[in-house]
Design a binder for this molecule. Structure first.
Ligand SMILES: Nc1ncnc2c1ncn2[C@@H]1O[C@H](COP(=O)(O)OP(=O)(O)OP(=O)(O)O)[C@@H](O)[C@H]1O
Length: 715
């Protein structure tokens, strides 16, 4: 409180000899604590605390459905903790499909419990662990829990696992559900074995496909209490989940905290980006206070809307320009993602431009308005051709509901859906499970590493097609991860499963250590893990092209990416002496701007690089550089990406050798004009044409030499 400003009644009551009885800081904390306690009591879930705890006690599997914002994610774990579910040092684990949700919800719950984050309440996401031995409520991504199962197959540290936002049906959620079902069965068996109820060796079929003796040994002298499983969401087909879990009980939490008014357009919008831009400005100019959250499909759209907003603001009178744009998408480093949670400066309205990363679980304080154009970028997979691509598709009703649910968390809200109501009725109820529309190599590799050999027989909630399982097994075999008997190979398959990357990239890193170019491959994999390194604004297209030429290599995009990375390294090495981190950051940003390099993407790639470098060093791979011998590096690329090789056709298009598809070189590729005879590529983008991106020129003859398992067998 500023001096001379109005006094709150609290201030004037609690003074003794001119000194505040409670100093300001403590006073604030005290009132914040009270506010939080009050807020918790007002949540719809608070009135059913006892009932929910009883349901968990009485049922091994529970399905909890409740409106967005009713308090499921933040409150249920606390109820269970307070009711003794963490006795004996056990943990309550809550999985989220997204990192940002795991982090922010953990922060909030730690605050609600009045404990330091990372102590009783913590989170664990890929490359970041904020837990300790006393953590009892642990938020994490579903992918991370799967990785934990690699070292602790019975998830023995957990008494309860809550699979949150299960409606999203990410591939990790689906695999996790299958795994948890097995673990639950195995643990209830182990409990009865330990209690002497069952003396016989447990039946193979009910346990993990691991050696049962190992399982029994683990049980001896230890008892695994039964695992409690809770499946949770606001928009869930409870019956489907209940059936999968053999009649799991479903409970519905009634009531929502604040109303959200939904508005639709009269007509379909021909250009949803333009419609989003107009709506943002309309809300900014016409509505009362409150921040705006806009859902777009990816980094490129976000950056283009960000630029357009800035341009349009310049046309407004000065007093109306106080609109701050903040982007959030998955390729953004975590600390940058967290910026959306910082309040806007006084007098400013914040507009958050987000992908579906902000769709579920998160509460962004201040959001009153949601703008939903109704589209999402989704994975799509063609098992016959073995090709995965990203396409922009309409959201499902469940997604639209989640999006509108991001408003109305602190007070009444409004959601503007940029399509007519009649279109909403036509949307699918829920999103098609990702497991049915993605390449399964990664999942299969993990399941194999967990000890599940019979993938076709695995109890998935919804089975992926036989064709896609077989195709992915075939790919893993060709990459050397599986033996002739379809078992995980040692060491290659095991090493690949340890790396948190797509199997093709894991294999590329392992091969690169043999080709003496692991340094270059680490850079390549890091640069390919982020969205577009180069950016070319429409108004400066020529300038951007000239700048890109400094890095472009006639060998292709991979070498070009290595050149950009090396140039940024040189810059930092030259400047780093004696300069602060901030100064270096500034230098890097300036350099990026001059060279039309996307500084966000480059920084993210630098982070990923150092993380995976740590992984490969831990595995004992030799990190060497091939220096300027790019021939060696290109041969390694051919050996790694042979499944994505393509040959030029007489009319200038390419034929992908594995799938037979006719594809074109994407205009953003440095090989767009030169069009070499034979290429390998990393990505297929489907717009009006089928484009391939991230391409390197190779020699056709290398294919049979470096990938004889595929190219010699074919001929
Ligand atoms: N980080 C936060 N800052 C401020 N308030 C928060 C925060 N996280 C949660 N809340 C408050 O707690 C309420 C309950 O949030 P919670 O995430 O538990 O709901 P939920 O039922 O799990 O919702 P959803 O289905 O959308 O994930 C929110 O509506 C909001 O009012």
């Amino acid at each position: 409180m500023s001096q001379g400003g109005p006094r709150t009644s609290n201030e004037s009551h609690h003074k003794l000899n001119g000194k505040p009885l409670i100093d300001n800081h403590i006073g604030n904390t005290f009132s914040r604590k009270q506010k939080i306690a009050q807020h918790r009591k007002s949540l719809p879930i608070a009135s059913v605390e006892k009932r929910l705890v009883d349901e968990v006690r009485n049922n091994d599997t529970l399905i909890v459905v409740g409106e967005t914002g009713s308090g499921k994610t933040t409150q249920l774990p606390q109820f269970l903790f307070n009711s003794g579910f963490c006795r004996d040092g056990k943990i309550i684990g809550i999985t989220q499909p997204r990192r940002v949700a795991a982090v922010t919800v953990a922060k909030r719950v730690a605050e609600e419990c009045g404990v330091e984050l990372g102590q009783r309440v913590g989170y664990s996401i890929r490359f970041e662990d904020r837990t300790c031995s006393s953590t009892r409520i642990k938020y994490m991504t579903d992918g991370l829990l799967l990785r934990e199962a690699l070292v602790d197959p019975y998830l023995s540290r957990y008494s309860v696992i809550i699979v949150d936002e299960a409606h999203e049906r990410t591939v990790h959620t689906d695999v996790l559900l299958g795994l948890l079902k097995k673990v639950q069965k195995a643990r209830s068996k182990s409990f009865s074995v330990c209690l002497g109820v069952e003396t016989k060796k447990p039946n193979n079929a009910t346990l993990l496909n691991k050696d049962n003796d190992v399982f029994l040994k683990q049980c001896q002298g230890r008892k695994f209490p039964p695992l409690k499983l809770i499946i949770m969401s606001a928009s869930l087909d409870a019956r489907g989940f209940s059936e999968y879990f053999g009649g799991g009980r479903a409970v519905h939490v009634q009531g929502r905290q604040f109303p959200v008014d939904i508005f639709y357009t009269h007509h379909a919008e021909p250009d949803y980006l333009d419609a989003a831009l107009i709506t943002i400005l309309q809300v900014h100019l016409e509505e009362g206070p409150g921040d705006i959250l806009v859902f777009l499909t990816g980094q490129e759209e976000i950056e283009s809307v960000e630029r357009l907003i800035k341009e349009r603001l310049q046309l407004l009178p000065e007093g109306s320009r106080k609109l701050l744009t903040v982007p959030i998408f998955s390729a953004l480093p975590s600390e940058k993602q967290m910026r959306v949670f910082t309040p806007a400066p006084a007098g400013f309205r914040k507009v958050i431009l987000a992908t579906n990363i902000a769709e579920t679980s998160v509460t962004i304080p201040g959001i009153k308005f949601v703008i939903d154009p109704g589209f999402v970028k989704a994975r799509s997979y063609d098992p016959v051709k073995g090709m995965e691509s990203l396409i922009i598709v309409p959201t499902s009703k469940a997604q639209a509901l989640q999006r509108s649910g991001r408003a109305g968390r602190e007070g009444p809200g409004k959601c503007f859906r940029l399509y007519p109501e009649s279109e909403f009725e036509k949307l699918e109820d829920s999103t098609k499970p990702e497991i049915k529309r993605c390449n399964l190599s990664n999942v299969i590799l993990q399941l194999k590493a967990l000890g599940f050999d019979d993938i076709l027989g695995f109890d998935f909630m919804e089975k992926p097609s036989r064709a896609s399982i077989v195709k992915s097994l075939e790919q893993l075999f060709l990459l050397g991860a599986l033996t002739d008997e379809c078992k995980l190979s040692d060491p290659v398959g095991r090493q690949m499963a340890q790396l948190p990357l797509d199997p093709v990239y894991s294999r590329a890193l392992i091969l690169a250590s043999q080709f003496n170019c692991l340094e270059e491959m680490l850079i390549t994999v890091a640069m390919l893990s982020v969205e577009s390194i180069f950016y070319a604004p429409r108004e400066k297209l020529e300038e951007a092209r000239t700048a890109m030429k400094c890095f472009s290599s006639p060998e292709g995009d991979h070498v070009t990416l290595v050149n950009v990375y090396r140039a940024s390294n040189e810059l930092l090495e030259k400047r780093v002496m004696g300069l602060t981190k901030e100064k270096n950051e500034k230098i890097l940003s300036k350099w990026c701007k001059e060279n039309f390099v996307n500084s966000r993407s480059l920084r993210h790639a630098r982070d990923v690089h150092s993380q995976i470098r740590g992984n490969v060093e831990q595995m004992g791979l030799r990190v060497a550089s091939c220096g300027d011998d790019m021939l060696q590096f290109r041969r390694c690329l051919a050996a790694s990406f042979f499944l994505n090789a393509a040959l030029k056709q007489p009319e200038g298009t390419y034929r992908a050798l594995a799938s037979g598809q006719v594809v074109q070189v994407h205009p953003s590729s440095v090989l767009f004009r030169s069009k070499p005879e034979c290429i390998v590529f990393n990505e297929l983008v489907q717009t009006n044409h089928k484009y391939v991106r991230n391409i390197t020129r190779i020699d056709y003859l290398w294919l049979s030499e470096l990938a004889p398992q595929y190219y010699c067998a074919q001929n």
